[in-house]
Design a protein. Sequence first.
Lengths: 190, 179
Amino acid sequence: MLNFFWPILIIISYIYAIFCGNVTNINNSIFGYTEVAVELFLTLLGTMTLWSGIIEIALNTKLIGRITKLLNPIISFLFPENKNDKKVRKEISMNITANLLGIGNAATPLGLKAMKSMQEKNNDKERLTNDMATFIILNTASIQIIPTTVIAIRMNLGSQEPTKIIFAVWFSTICAAIVGIAVTKLCIKL
Amino acid sequence: MNFINYISIVAIPIVILIILLYGFFEKKNVFDLFLKGAKSGFNTTIKIFPTLVGIFLAIGALSSSGILDFIINILAPIFAIFKIPTEILPLAILRPISGSGSMAIATDIMSKYGADSFIGLIAATIMGSTETTLYTIAIYTSSVNIKKTRFVLIASLMADITGTVASVVIWRILSKSFS
């Protein structure tokens, strides 16, 4: 995917900028955004290391078994290929839990861990399995109970009722997730 | 309100606390386990870094060339079909591409039109209900060296569009029933 989109995005943008006289902006962006990448990397490095450690503890206790049991019906429906793989199911349910709690920082390391375990059983190492594809879609939908970041911003901007958006967020995130999963299941069948 | 605010503050400490209590009382080697996981998390992040630099080169190209405004003009009629207000367009288009970029735009929209205005509420709902899709896909696939992503991009972009339209629709309904 990126072998196609990555060059296309850059080529089109640069050509457009040259024709519109925005080359100075482009020039500044090249190294400016490298710095942004480094900043994000450093933040990610800290949180990934921390949460991967905490999660490793959780995966070795009975806590995770309880959560997995709770999420079992959903996981079996969404990830039929891994129905009998306890390790993958545990990691997926931790990822879902972190997403629901709005701990995006923890959801990513967990998600990547689950991807790694699913990749181990993948026959074609270059191609996503059905379950891996479904899992990525689920993570791009980011279903959460409390959208903390946006609420914090609304509070900063002097909103009368910062949490007023919660119901609307539930509604649209569930709509998005349903469509995402439906399209995925359809594409798998085709 | 204060209650939810409180929950969002205690959520993370509580999660860590519960996990540590479980580990401690089940007599696990908690710190050894922590180190084992932390090392693998560290290595995964190192592995992702080149992807990050590449992705950000493309994001930088998109946002500084001015081509986004051009795309917005082209897509305006399509958004009109879904009755998405034009003020929301830059946010809707940037949302799947850049997390920090779309957060900046959303904050700008909310402060310009008011956090509790119709437009401001839609912007906040879009931010809360969607993810930085392209970045998520890139990170998840590159961490395991996947090249063929099949239908993932299409399915997740359709989910994004649904989330955006749903955010507009729900506030049209809610604001009608309020007034």
